[in-house]
Write a protein that binds this ligand. Structure first.
Ligand code: UT7
Length: 327
């Protein structure tokens, strides 16, 4: 039997503050009916000033470590999938490494936006399968509420904050991460971006003041891309694994929009009971989306050891990817 990266534990952390569609209708020209029909979102979690990407990541990591029975000093690697780190540098993974006390681990951030967790699972499992690591903590986390223009109804209704984490461990097993695919198309980079804060428009550069300080998104273009990307990544990863959609026990897609999830499920001909949805509770939490959904699927008893789960993500980059995991 080959060495596989097996999920040893899972955790999550979301802010306690809930922002409902009705709350949003008080600050922008929107309403519950529009948001529900177009996106499936009913409410989302929003960070307080004190809560940051690393504080949410810490909460999720602690829970995942406890669930795994693995102590922080056994970890070889901490990967934090985020595009909203506490600071441009140092990496948020280093802040996590310090807070949890992972004193024997390397640490780096991975920037693949809403596909970040799917990307990080691919990297982490490859590190384990190649023998370079035995125990890897992967955190998917974002705090997009801090970068939203709260006067722009086309974006402010979509996003929320949250973190999810898993501990991967090396094991001779037929379980674990079975197959991954990662894809990208940078020609679509302008469709979702946060222009300032990097080397193009540093915040200290006076020219940056004239640029948009918030997330901008071409919703319709991203929607079209997302519908194709979800189906594309799922079909590819299944084909490479030599599996059919019928062999998938649970589909856990990136939770951005219920209509996008439904179209991917339809393409794969998956019945509703095999599709996990929690976008109504959290909106799009970007890097946190897939691991929070996995966490809730486990807690609700819909994801059990031995089941085959298909995860898929897409987002700013543009990037997309999928994993098949035997839980
Ligand atoms: O992780 C990746 C992140 N991004 C995504 O996944 C987003 C993908 N895109 C989408 O989910 C959808 O494109 C949206 C939900 C963003 C928009 O849905 P849509 O059905 O494509 O709506 P639209 O942009 O075509 O807008 C339709 C109308 C417009 O009014 P007019 O021009 O027809 O009069 C908008 O101004 O809806 C209006 N509108 C709103 N109305 C009420 C846009 N946002 C809102 C709003 N409330 N929040």
């Amino acid at each position: 039997m080959a060495t596989k990266a097996v999920i040893k534990g899972i955790g999550h952390c979301v802010p306690s503050k809930i922002l409902t569609n009705d709350d949003l209708a008080k600050i922008v020209d929107t309403n519950d009916e529009w948001i529900t029909q177009r996106t499936g979102i009913k409410e989302r979690r929003i960070c307080s000033l004190e809560e940051t990407t690393s504080t949410l990541a810490f909460g999720a990591s602690q829970e995942a470590l406890t669930d795994s029975g693995i102590s922080a000093d056994e970890l070889d690697l901490v990967i934090c999938a985020t595009v909203t780190g506490d600071m441009p540098f140092p990496a948020t993974s280093c802040l996590i490494q310090d807070k949890i006390g992972a004193k024997n681990a390397g640490a780096f951030d991975l920037g693949a936006a809403c596909a970040g967790f799917v990307y990080a699972v691919s990297v982490g499992s490859a590190m384990i399968e190649s023998g370079q690591a035995k125990k890897v903590l992967i955190v998917g986390v974002d705090t997009l509420s801090k970068f939203i223009d709260w006067t722009d109804r086309s974006t402010c209704v979509l996003f929320g904050d949250g973190a999810g984490a898993v501990v991967l461990g090396a094991q001779e097993s037929d379980r674990g991460v079975l197959k991954t695919v990662l894809l990208s198309d940078g020609s679509g980079s302008r469709h979702i971006s946060l222009e300032v804060g990097g080397s193009l428009y540093p915040t200290c550069d006076p020219r940056s003041k004239d640029r948009n300080q918030h997330i901008t998104m071409a919703g319709a273009e991203v929607y079209r891309f997302a519908v194709n990307a979800m189906g594309d990544a799922c079909c590819r990863v299944l084909e490479e694994a030599g599996m059919t959609p019928e062999e998938v026990d649970l589909f856990v897609p990136h939770q951005a929009n219920l209509r996008i999830i439904d179209s991917a499920a339809k393409r794969l001909e998956l019945p509703p009971e095999k599709v996990f949805v929690n976008v109504h509770k959290y909106g799009n939490t970007s890097g946190g989306s897939v691991p929070i959904a996995l966490y809730e699927a486990v807690k609700e008893g819909r994801l059990k050891p031995g089941m085959t789960v298909l995860t898929v993500g897409f987002g700013a980059g543009l990037v997309w990817g999928a994993n098949i995991i035997r839980w």
